[in-house]
Design a binder for this molecule. Structure first.
Ligand code: BDP
Length: 670
């Protein structure tokens, strides 16, 4: 009832099942145990688990029938078993089918610091690191890691980078590597490989070398030796994740070298072991004009220069995990270099773990966006999964939202984002509707009369619980967009917390591109960032017909309007309303949507245990009052420029702008 079991709630009664499996490995032992604990099929059925050489089954994939799981590896068997159990729980049938993953590497990135805090984490401290007794591995630690690994395996996640991309060099010292070894040992039988984020200055900081120049022979040797040391401890270590020359982190450019020089040097050290480098393209500096263009400008010229075990890791949008962004133009633009998508599962810009926002729809929108890079149908999904470009490795990453909180994610509904990320990493063509449906069925299964004291039947459950809750989830991200950043507005959150509204926030000495006015450009002449050919020309980084479509406000989708255009407040929208009225209408709609979520939730009370019901009800109340603050803050602030009334058919503000600005509560950084 505290949500610790996630979507893996133990069933009320176990149904006996016989299992035939000719091999035994730690992974297969888990597969057996899961079947024994979770079987919901016909009693005393016999299930066969077989490892074969079927060429149609890719690594990690499996063939599934009602009573058989076939795979080429024991990991594939484990995934097949979880799929079989999921189908039994959700009631979805099983044909004889082959399921192969869209990406070979399906990562969670933890932004966990070695002192136990989590950057952009809203669910408690790190499950991996802690400040006191940092090198003692307790039984409690191991239990958590095991539960974590199991949850990942159940949705196909097979890699974890366990420390912050703003990496401390210390993680590569022997004590921390030993702890990493202990973590890897617990994750391994669940098929989850361990990776580390590394700091590019490590040779200097912990190696005592005079430089970290990637072309310096002593530096090259230092990394090679370090990699040897890691693989001696962890023979199946996955590789490195690197944030370099980004937001103050060191990198190859400090020595006049390129991203390719830096990435290749690390890649060469990892090659003998089959390890990979995930090199992030999240780069921008304060001097250039449009931040949205910089990653593309820096990385496209390097296409073709990277080793084949380097993957460029690109955030879904060109700025930074906003409630809505167009896809990053890097997808499909680097044709000779594998590119992977980085999604943010933790809700840095979408209400932390206080607001209900099911992010699956956002990721689906990105994955299904057509880049036109190889003609129509060149979706982001296909540009990254190996179906359009030859690549040795395919991968995807999600920035994790978990911590030591009992329910892992802070908000019960935030668990759905972990789940959805894993499911989309496995199958980038899944639809959010199906994912939400599966998640609800597993996380809030119909209560039996014995647990609630009332008698509820499956048919009502579907109609009165499943359908409305699913609708709420599917609408929730759009609601956040409406009350925070409608019509292409972006990065107008307060200060560093990125929680409440702060369109006014611009301290005098602050870098302009770290302040909201840089992004909204509001003035008496209008609002929005001009990225057209007459402006920063960011549109030109998109392939036709997109460049032309985005360039013209008449054809630019409304949802990206102020992302690409600076328009007068009385600009006539497709709806016939002025831009100002349209902005007001969107903020207002966001409030109405959250109010509706509250009603939906209150109404489903009979179908949910009281602990989770109350926790979610409270969060929705806060979300609603926060949304109102967002709306009032943004409308009253922008009104100073538009000088137009908030349309009289809309509700009036209930907060004063000066009071909101003076109030610290929305700036909270948990
Ligand atoms: C931004 C976060 C910052 C991260 C950075 C990154 O505000 O904490 O370090 O992204 O991705 O979204 O490196």
């Amino acid at each position: 009832q505290e949500g610790h079991e996630l979507w893996l709630r133990s069933s009320q009664k176990t149904v006996p099942v016989k299992i035939i499996c000719s091999k035994n490995t730690p992974t297969l032992a888990i597969a057996r145990q899961e079947l024994q604990q979770g079987w919901q099929g016909e009693p005393n059925a016999t299930v066969t688990l077989s490892i074969t050489k079927n060429k149609k089954i890719k690594t990690d994939g499996f063939r599934l029938t009602q009573h058989e799981v076939e795979a080429t590896t024991d990991r594939g068997i484990l995934y097949g078993v979880y799929e079989l159990l999921r189908r039994q729980q959700t009631g979805e049938g099983i044909q004889d089918e082959i399921c192969n993953p869209s990406y070979a590497i399906r990562m969670l990135n933890h932004w966990d610091n070695l002192n136990g805090t989590v950057e952009r984490g809203y669910a408690g401290m790190s499950i991996f690191w802690r400040k006191d007794d940092p090198f003692v591995v307790t039984e409690q630690d191991k239990t958590r890691w095991q539960e974590y690994a199991r949850a990942n395996a159940s949705i196909g996640i097979n890699g974890s980078s366990i420390n912050n991309v703003n990496a401390s060099p210390t993680v590569l010292t022997p004590e921390y590597l030993n702890r990493t070894k202990a973590i890897a040992a617990v994750l391994r039988p669940y098929g989850v490989k361990t990776y580390l984020s590394v700091n590019f200055s490590s040779p200097k900081v912990i190696g005592g070398l005079p430089t970290s120049d990637p072309l310096d022979p002593a530096v090259i040797k230092w990394w090679k030796d370090k990699v040897d040391e890691i693989y001696t401890l962890i023979p199946d270590f996955g590789g490195f994740l690197v944030k370099a020359n980004s937001e103050g982190q060191p990198g190859p450019q400090d020595f006049g070298r390129t991203h390719a020089d830096g990435a290749n040097m690390l890649a060469d050290a990892l090659t003998p072991y089959g390890g990979i480098v995930m090199w992030r393209a999240f780069v921008y500096s304060s001097n250039d004009k449009d931040r949205a263009k910089q990653a593309y400008t820096e990385f496209v010229p390097l296409d073709g220069q990277f080793r084949d075990n380097v993957i460029i890791q690109v955030k879904n949008g060109p700025i930074d995990f906003q409630p809505r962004e167009p896809f990053s133009p890097l997808f499909g633009a680097m044709k000779k270099t594998p590119v992977m998508t980085e999604f943010q599962v933790t809700q840095e810009y979408l209400g932390h773990s206080t607001h209900l926002a099911f992010l699956s729809t956002m990721w689906e929108e990105c994955l299904q966006s057509d880049t036109y890079q190889e003609g129509p149908g060149s979706t982001v999904a296909r540009c990254t999964d190996g179906s359009l470009y030859p690549q040795k490795y395919t991968a995807i990453a999600g920035v994790s939202n978990i911590g030591l909180d009992t329910n892992w994610c802070g908000h019960h509904f935030a668990q759905a984002n972990w789940y959805a990320y894993g499911r989309l990493a496995w199958n980038n063509n899944l639809r959010s509707e199906q994912i939400a449906d599966e998640w609800i069925r597993q996380t809030f299964p119909p209560a039996s009369p014995s647990t609630t004291g009332s008698s509820l039947y499956a048919a009502d459950w579907r109609e009165n619980f499943l359908v409305p809750v699913k609708r709420m989830m599917l609408e929730s991200r759009e609601a956040v967009v409406n009350y925070m950043t409608p019509l292409g507005l972006h990065h107008i959150m307060s200060a560093n917390g990125h929680y409440g509204p702060g369109p006014w926030w611009a301290p005098e000495k602050m870098r302009a591109d770290w302040t909201p006015p840089y992004y909204h450009q509001a003035g008496t002449n209008g609002v929005g960032f001009d990225r057209t050919k007459k402006g920063s020309d960011a549109v030109d980084q998109y392939r036709e017909p997109l460049a032309a479509q985005f360039n013209d406000p008449a054809t630019c989708p409304d949802m990206f309007l102020l992302w690409f255009h600076h328009l007068p407040w009385d600009y006539k929208m497709k709806s016939g309303r002025t831009l100002w009225e349209e902005i007001c209408a969107h903020y207002d709609k966001g409030i109405l949507q959250v109010r509706q979520f509250q009603k939906t939730w209150d109404k489903v009370q009979p179908y949910v245990d009281s602990s989770r019901f109350v926790a979610i009800q409270r969060k929705l109340r806060t979300q609603c009052s926060d949304a109102l603050v967002w709306k009032d803050a943004c409308l009253l602030y922008f009104q100073q420029f538009s000088q137009m009334p908030i349309p009289y058919y809309l509700e009036r503000p209930v907060n004063n702008l000066d009071e909101i600005r003076a109030n610290e509560f929305l700036k909270r950084i948990p």
